[in-house]
Design a protein around this ligand. Structure first.
Ligand code: GSH
Length: 292
């Protein structure tokens, strides 16, 4: 083990300086808004305020799946919330999500608009609203919710624990990386063993459980999340790979991953989405991956 730091916690922690990590400029120990900013509103009842991160694309993948399945009421406007610029601390956003994290959804289809925050809550809300991607049978429904809530409880160890200390912290701390790498590999083994006996997480059907787990754990085994495929020996999880490959093939997943995405190939970014035709315009407007 490399040498520990000589830091000793004081009796009372105070926020005296930025922590120097990648997101230091937006991290702070208090909640609430920092500035007045109204949110834009589009034509559709469903207004999504988000960014194309693993938590954000859970919702855009489900909305694109619902539209692909013929639920026209799932048409939505997706507005970009730039979390690195602090948009999540604008007053309008905080009214929809007091926790200041994307994704956040406003359903304006009833006289009193309904706010929905936390990606798991949004997935469940939409699945129940449209009666899709959540089985009706009590056994399969419960199994779907088991894995949906597994993701909500497990992913912070992957992102806030492992991802933070491996990729974003200003210093590499062996103890922290070891602790969280071990936990993430254990979690991957949990879904590896399960997917060895079942096609999708809740059984034969693709559900909101797969949509929740895929962006984070699929992202790790396919290599786009933290670029840790080699470090975590992801070839050791062939059933997770098989499951992630099948999900990646779905056209709605391809579209959902583009929405509110601001990095990577320009042809794979759709900063805002207001209509299904936005994807076609995007395809026409790009040549060889370069925006015209
Ligand atoms: N538990 C939340 C986590 C959401 C979350 O962590 N969102 C991140 C982006 S992936 C965010 O908005 N970060 C901005 C910040 O922490 O200020 C959910 O599932 O919706």
């Amino acid at each position: 083990m490399t040498a520990p730091t000589d830091y000793m916690p004081p009796k009372v922690w105070t926020w005296t300086k930025s922590n120097g990590g990648n997101f230091a400029s937006i991290n702070r120990p208090i909640a609430g808004s920092t500035h007045d900013k109204k949110l834009p509103v589009g034509l559709h009842p469903l207004q999504l305020y988000s960014m194309g991160t693993p938590n954000g694309i859970k919702v855009t993948i489900l909305l694109e799946e619902l539209l692909a399945a013929g639920f026209i009421g799932a048409e939505y406007d997706a507005w970009l919330i730039k979390i690195s610029d602090g948009d999540q601390f604008g007053s309008g956003f905080v009214e929809i999500n007091p926790n200041s994290k994307i994704p956040a959804l406003l359903d304006r289809s009833s006289p009193t608009p309904i706010r929905v925050f936390e990606s798991g809550s949004i997935l469940l809300y939409l699945a129940e609203k449209f009666g899709a991607f959540l089985p009706k049978d009590i056994v399969a429904r419960t199994e779907t919710l088991n894995w949906l809530f597994w993701q909500m409880g497990s992913a912070p160890y992957l992102g806030g624990g492992f991802g933070h200390f491996y990729a974003y912290a200003p210093i590499k701390i062996e103890y922290a990386i070891d602790r969280f790498a071990m936990e993430v590999k254990r979690q991957l083994d949990v879904i590896e063993r399960h997917l060895a006996i079942t096609e999708y997480l809740a059984g034969q059907d693709y559900t909101i459980a797969d949509i929740a787990v895929f962006p984070t754990y699929g992202g790790v085994v396919k290599g786009w999340q933290y670029n840790v495929a080699e470090f975590l020996s992801v070839q050791d999880y062939p059933n997770v790979q098989r499951w992630a490959d099948a999900i990646l093939e779905r056209p709605a997943v391809k579209r959902g991953r583009m929405v509110n995405c601001t990095w990577g190939e320009p042809s794979e970014q759709l900063h805002e989405r207001h209509d299904t035709s936005d994807f076609n315009i995007k395809t026409q407007d790009t040549i060889g991956g370069k925006l015209l």
